[in-house]
Ligand binder design. Structure first.
Ligand code: 3PG
Length: 216
């Protein structure tokens, strides 16, 4: 499958669920169970962050165990991580920011990739490398929908995934902004509930998140 077909499929899925869960996990079995619970409750795509010592292994195991879920990697900070992510078979990659080196590597990699931006200069760098769907991070600090709306003036073809400080309460309002493709957040799978193996509570939070993202 070529890169634009892969990208279109992921964007179609994000456009449908509109809430991307962000998982921070260091234990593969817990992560698999969490991802399955999220998917059972309507959140069929997930970003697994590379923020724990075992994260790359966790990502690889979840990709293998959850073939019907669109499993991507987040917190990609280096070119080396990008290549390791590709080796896991992850469906997409996300970074909190953008650098020329990483943007170039991602553009040449064949992996659907969403760089992070915090303003217009980052966005110009993203566009120079062909990325017109970006993570706006940290969304609640840099201005959220106000920032997305303002950037929509000079950059009308860009779509944003708002991430950082998003809640189930703020989700419906954030999604009313036309150039917001989706929101991302960790609130539906917090470490406290994963550690407690409280799958029922995660299921409830996931269902509420899916509901908040649903088109009314
Ligand atoms: C991220 O990795 O994008 C953020 O840490 C997620 O933000 P949140 O934890 O505030 O949802």
């Amino acid at each position: 499958m070529n890169i634009s077909t892969k990208m279109n499929q992921i964007v179609a899925q994000l456009n449908q669920i509109r809430v991307l869960p962000i998982l921070v996990a260091d234990d593969a079995q817990n992560a698999i169970r969490t991802v399955a619970t999220l998917a059972e409750n309507g959140l069929t795509a997930v970003e697994i962050t590379l923020r724990t010592p075992n994260a790359m292994k966790v990502l690889a195991e979840v990709v293998k165990a959850c073939p019907t879920v669109c499993v991507g990697a987040g917190t990609i900070l280096t070119e080396q991580q990008l290549h390791q992510v590709i080796d896991t078979g992850a469906a997409f990659g996300i970074s909190p920011g953008i650098t020329p080196v990483l943007a170039k590597a991602a553009a040449n990699s064949g992996l659907p990739y969403f760089p992070g931006v915090g303003g217009a200069s980052d966005l110009m760098l993203a566009l120079e490398h062909g990325f017109n769907i970006v993570k706006l991070f940290p969304s609640d600090i840099v201005g959220s929908t106000k920032m997305a709306k303002a950037l929509g003036g000079p950059f009308p073809d860009v779509k944003f995934c708002l991430t950082g400080g998003v809640t189930v309460e703020s989700t419906p309002q954030l999604l009313t902004q036309a150039n917001v493709l989706c929101v991302g957040g960790s609130w539906m799978c917090p470490a406290s509930l994963i550690d407690a193996k409280d799958w029922a509570a995660i299921g409830q939070l996931a269902a509420a998140a899916a509901q908040a993202g649903a088109r009314k």
